[in-house]
Structures are given as structure tokens and as C-alpha cells.
Design a binder for this molecule. Structure first.
Ligand code: PEP
Ligand code: MG
Length: 590
């Protein structure tokens, strides 16, 4: 028997990294790049016209498919997300390409599929060799549309993630943050990938969208086929392929239990995060799109601690205009009223790659020209965003936050650009909040180590543990192979966090955390005890953090933190923190 076939049909449990909580049971939809085998055959003279009309028909069909997707995406996610497909439409209208295919069919008397593949390959090769980065990046559009046309010529069906017709569990080697952003939220009930880590942006998007997900499974794709039944346990990281009926029943119960647990937390949504002895903590939410605002409010967050604005730049072929920035931030400001919203300036690069911004593919993108480094190199793009934020600042309580600051010079350069925009606004009498708070993310170890110096020139710090851990421990946050080394409880990480909080407080500024560590209940007591002023996490995590904070005295949390700082390994820390949390839960039930 074919071994591949047998593995694909057998029941199997695979363990991966729990990326987004909840349980999903559904049918597999494989998300992968497909390759079709195209054969060459000759066409008789009297059938040539028919062959050419097949080509023309496939172009029309492809065009209407793309228009339909655009329409759907713009309804669900806004016009800006739909614009990515404009470049695809342009490929379809390329006269030179079309004529070359038709000439080839006529001259060589060959089938259209073969003629088209030869021509599209030639185009792809030309584009891949271009010096201009922007044109080189058009290659992806050509390949994408090319595949669509071939699929239509062959009469095959393939749904994109935005066009799903029924509920599915998406399984693939990898999902990029842009694939995930385009996902049809109502139709994707869960996903599982071979690659990825817990703090990859794909995992973060799953948590924001409340989609159960397991990543870093290493080898799930060889074991599944379209239509298989699959269980995704986003709490434990288990994925079960073709489970027996009894197992499905067990997980249906688990799913209900998880939903009840979430419901049980709902009473904390409207309560303040205040310790038993009266220390008040701000609990914010992290968002990627303004569309998440209703969920932020519904989960009881007291503001936005991190708005990842770079998602506005993904899945499109141009950069957002000042007006688009303004409208998005105004919506956030008006919705939150007096509550604060921290707008993080563009943090592009790393795993959030945008081809049209002429960012060359780098050997080591996570340490490359990302975030503030990119903005300082492109003040035109940076200023457009700052203008949008400042214009919106009069509608509520907005704050500006720069990502990836590694030293004082970078901070001063960013502030200088901001000052230029402010002067321009004053000259032109454009209204803005003159007292707007400007802060920085502390996510590069060098910044953490000189936090005392940086604190003198900012209004707040927000600790970005996702990157801080990655850089402090030299562990790529997206790489599933070394995910076991990605340890928030590493004593080195805790020392960095403590010194940042202390440095901020010594300088009289508030210190928050918007990395995923802030969302982990096991660390809430520790972070509270270290003196963190603000926690910002996916909206779903807000009620649980509130619950924990409300059940202790600040002094108790301080004692836990002091004890933890004495431990020498992350295992001991994790064990102690887990024990303290369960103790608290048990006591609060009494
Ligand atoms: C972080 O690095 O902790 C952070 C919050 O930013 P991002 O996850 O977007 O890199
Ligand atoms: Mg970061």
C-alpha cells in the first residue's frame, strides 16, 4: 500500500504549540500552494479558434472571480484590504502577455495551457531578475494570477481563504500574517500549521479573532487531506486527525466546558482591575484593526495599549494616505472617548513583510531595517502617519508609541520628525493635542538596559516581551524548532523587565506591557508584584487578568515577585508561579 495514502487516512494525534485558546472540530481545508502538471499537445488548424476562445473565457472567468473576492473583502474588511487585488487585475489586462499567448497557439498549434505556462514562466523569470525591488515583487502577483488562470483552464476549483463557502479548519505549512488577515472569519473555525511560534503575528491574529489555533506542529500537512475531520485543541496544543466518535464527543464536552469557563469570567468584564488593598491597574487591549473595537469594549478593556497599525499597510499595493490614517485613528479615539489608545507607529518588517514598500528581502529580517529604522529612513511615510495621528488626537485620548527603539539617537530622531510635523500644524493652524503623550516600546535588550536614560525623554514605556524575549535569548519567535527555548520566565528576561519598571518609576513615568506575556495568567501575579502599571493583551484575555488582580493584595504579589527573582531557572519560576496561581484560584473558590 502507498505509505503516504495510509498515513493520510489514519487516526493521529500530533502535539504542537497552543497558539489561540478554544476547541474547534471541523473538516480540513488544505491551504497550500498547488502545482499543476501541464502537458503539451498539438491542436488541429480548425480547432485553433476554439483554443483561443478557451483562453479568452478563462481570462473573463478569472477577472470575475477576482472582482467577486474584492467585493467580499471590501464589505467585510474595508476597501483598503480589497485593493491588493488591483495588481492582479492589471496582470489580466496586460495586452503583451495576452497576445504572446495567442500568437504561440496560432504559430505552434499547441494547446492553450502549454502556451500560457511557457509565456507566464518567461514573464516570471524576467520580473525575478529585475533590479527594481518593487517590480521584482510583482512576481508574486503574476504567479498568483497565473495559477488562477491555469486552474480555470483546467476546470479545477480552488477556494482562497477569503472566499470559503463553508466552515472549515485551515491546515497548511505556514500562514503569513497577511493570509491570516484575509481569512474569512466566520468560515474558518480553527487552524493548524507546521510552522510558527506562539508569539508569531499569525498566532496573535488568531487570538484577536478568537479562532482556536495550534502552530509549530512540524508535520501536520503530510497527514491530512481535504475533508478529513480534525480537532484543534488551542488550549493544550493537541491536534487529532480523523478521531473516533468517542473522542469527538469528549472534545465536544471540552468545548462546552471552555465556553462555560469564558462565560464564568464575563462578570469581571465590567469591574475595575483593582487589588484587594486598592492598587489600580489599567487593563488595555491590543488590536490590529479598528474593526476589533466592539470586542475590546465587550471584554471590558479600559483602552487600547497597543494598536498594531502596520496591518493597515498589508495586503495592498500602495501606502495608506494621511486621510486613511486619520479616519482609522479618529474612529478609535471617538469610540474609546476618555480612555487611552496607544497608537504604535509603523512596525513593518520581520514577519510582517510589505513588498510595495521597497523593503528588500533581508538575510535576517527580524534584525533588519524594520520598524522605527524603516520610518527614520523613510520620513515621508513616517510623517504621513504622524499627521494622521495628530489630526485624530483632538477626538479622544491618543498616545504615540515608537517600536524597536534601540538607543537614544533613534528616539531623538523620531521625536525630531514629530516636532517638525507639530510645527507645521501650528503654522497651518491645524488642531492637535499639544500634550499628546509619546512613549516607546521596550523590546530591544539595549533599550531595556538604558531604560533610565530613555525614561528622561518619554512619557511612558510599554514592554514588548514578544521581541524582548526573542532578542535577549537569541530565539527567533517564529521558529518552531527552537520554540522550547523561548522562555518568558527565563531569569534574564525577568531581570530586564524588573529593571525597566524600576527605571520608569524612578523617572516618574508609567510602565505597561503589551507583549503576549501580559496575557498569560501564570505571570499576572509576578508582573503585578514587580509594579507593572498597565497590562495590554488580546481582548479575550482581559476578564481573566482582571479576575486575578482583584483576588490579591498588592503586598502578596510583591512577595511572590521577590521570591521569584531569587530562582535560578525558568523551570523553578514557572513551577512556583503556577503553584501560586492555583493556590489563589482555590482560595477564591472557598
Ligand atoms: C512585542 O514585541 O512584544 C510587541 C508587542 O510587538 P509585536 O508583537 O507586534 O512585535
Ligand atoms: Mg515587537
Amino acid at each position: 500500500m502507498n505509505s503516504k495514502k495510509s498515513t493520510k487516512n489514519s487516526k493521529k494525534l500530533i502535539k504542537g504549540i497552543a497558539a489561540s485558546p478554544g476547541i474547534a472540530i471541523g473538516r480540513v481545508f488544505i491551504w497550500d500552494s498547488e502545482e499543476y502538471t501541464i502537458s503539451k499537445h498539438s491542436i488541429s488548424e480548425n480547432k485553433l479558434m476554439l483554443e483561443i476562445s478557451r483562453f479568452e473565457y478563462s481570462l473573463i472567468k478569472t477577472r470575475s472571480e477576482i472582482l467577486e473576492i474584492q467585493n467580499q473583502i471590501s464589505k467585510e474588511m474595508g476597501v483598503e484590504h480589497a485593493e491588493i487585488f488591483n495588481a492582479h487585475l492589471l496582470v489580466l489586462e496586460d495586452r503583451m502577455l495576452i497576445e504572446e499567448v495567442i500568437n504561440k497557439i496560432r504559430k505552434e498549434k499547441v494547446n492553450v495551457e502549454h502556451a500560457f505556462v511557457v509565456v507566464i514562466k518567461k514573464y516570471a523569470e524576467i520580473f525575478s531578475k529585475m533590479d527594481d525591488e518593487y517590480l521584482r515583487e510583482r512576481l508574486a502577483d503574476i504567479q498568483d494570477v497565473g495559477k488562477r488562470i491555469i486552474r480555470n483552464l483546467l476546470g479545477k476549483q480552488k477556494q482562497g481563504l477569503a472566499e470559503l463557502k463553508e466552515k472549515v479548519v485551515v491546515v497548511g505549512t505556514n500562514l503569513s500574517p497577511s493570509d491570516t488577515a484575509l481569512m474569512h472569519k466566520e468560515k474558518v473555525v480553527g487552524f493548524a500549521t507546521d510552522m510558527g511560534g506562539r508569539t508569531s503575528h499569525t498566532a496573535i491574529l488568531a487570538r484577536s479573532g478568537e479562532i482556536p489555533a495550534v502552530v509549530g506542529l512540524k508535520t501536520i500537512t503530510p497527514f491530512v487531506k481535504n475533508g478529513d475531520i480534525i480537532i484543534i485543541d488551542g488550549n493544550s496544543g493537541n491536534v487529532i486527525i480523523n478521531p473516533q466518535k468517542a473522542v469527538i464527543k469528549k472534545y465536544q464536552k471540552e468545548k462546552k466546558k471552555f465556553q462555560d469557563f469564558e462565560k464564568g469570567l464575563s462578570r469581571f468584564k465590567s469591574l475595575p482591575a483593582i487589588t484587594k488593598d486598592g492598587r489600580s491597574i489599567v487593563i488595555g487591549a491590543n488590536i490590529e484593526f479598528p474593526e476589533e473595537l466592539p470586542s475590546v469594549i465587550a471584554h471590558g478593556a479600559q483602552g487600547i495599549g497597543l494598536y498594531r497599525t502596520e496591518f493597515m499597510y498589508l495586503n495592498r499595493t500602495d501606502v495608506p494616505t494621511e486621510e486613511e490614517h486619520f479616519q482609522a485613528y479618529k474612529k478609535v479615539a471617538q469610540t474609546l472617548k476618555k480612555n487611552p489608545a496607544v497608537i504604535r507607529t509603523l512596525d513593518i518588517g520581520g514577519d510582517k513583510f510589505v513588498s510595495h514598500l521597497e523593503i528588500p528581502r533581508e538575510m535576517n529580517p527580524l534584525m533588519g531595517r524594520r520598524a522605527i529604522r524603516f520610518c527614520l529612513a523613510r520620513p515621508d511615510i513616517f510623517k504621513t502617519q504622524l499627521r494622521g495621528i495628530l489630526r485624530a488626537s483632538v477626538y479622544g485620548n491618543l498616545k504615540i508609541m515608537y517600536p524597536m527603539i534601540s538607543g537614544l539617537v533613534e528616539l531623538r530622531q523620531a521625536n525630531e520628525i514629530l516636532r517638525e510635523v507639530m510645527h507645521e500644524f501650528k503654522r497651518k493652524r491645524i488642531a492637535f493635542d499639544k500634550d499628546i503623550e509619546v512613549g516607546i516600546m521596550i523590546e530591544v535588550p539595549s533599550a531595556a538596559l538604558i531604560a533610565d536614560i530613555l525614561a528622561k525623554e518619554v512619557s511612558f514605556f510599554s514592554i514588548g516581551t514578544n521581541d524582548l524575549i526573542q532578542y535577549a535569548l537569541a530565539v527567533d519567535r517564529i521558529n518552531e524548532k527552537i520554540a522550547y527555548l523561548y522562555e518568558p520566565a527565563h531569569p534574564a528576561v525577568l531581570r530586564l523587565i524588573k529593571s525597566v519598571i524600576d527605571a520608569g518609576h524612578n523617572a516618574g513615568i508609567w510602565v505597561g506591557m503589551c507583549g503576549e506575556m501580559a496575557a498569560e495568567p501564570v505571570f499576572t501575579l509576578l508582573l503585578l508584584g514587580l509594579g507593572l502599571d498597565e497590562f495590554s493583551a488580546s481582548a479575550v484575555s482581559v476578564p481573566e487578568i482582571k479576575k486575578i488582580i482583584r483576588s490579591v493584595n498588592f503586598e502578596q504579589a510583591q512577595a511572590i515577585a521577590s521570591k521569584i527573582l531569587l530562582f535560578e531557572s525558568s523551570e523553578e519560576i514557572q513551577k512556583y508561579a503556577t503553584a501560586k496561581l492555583s493556590e489563589l484560584i482555590t482560595n477564591s473558590k472557598k
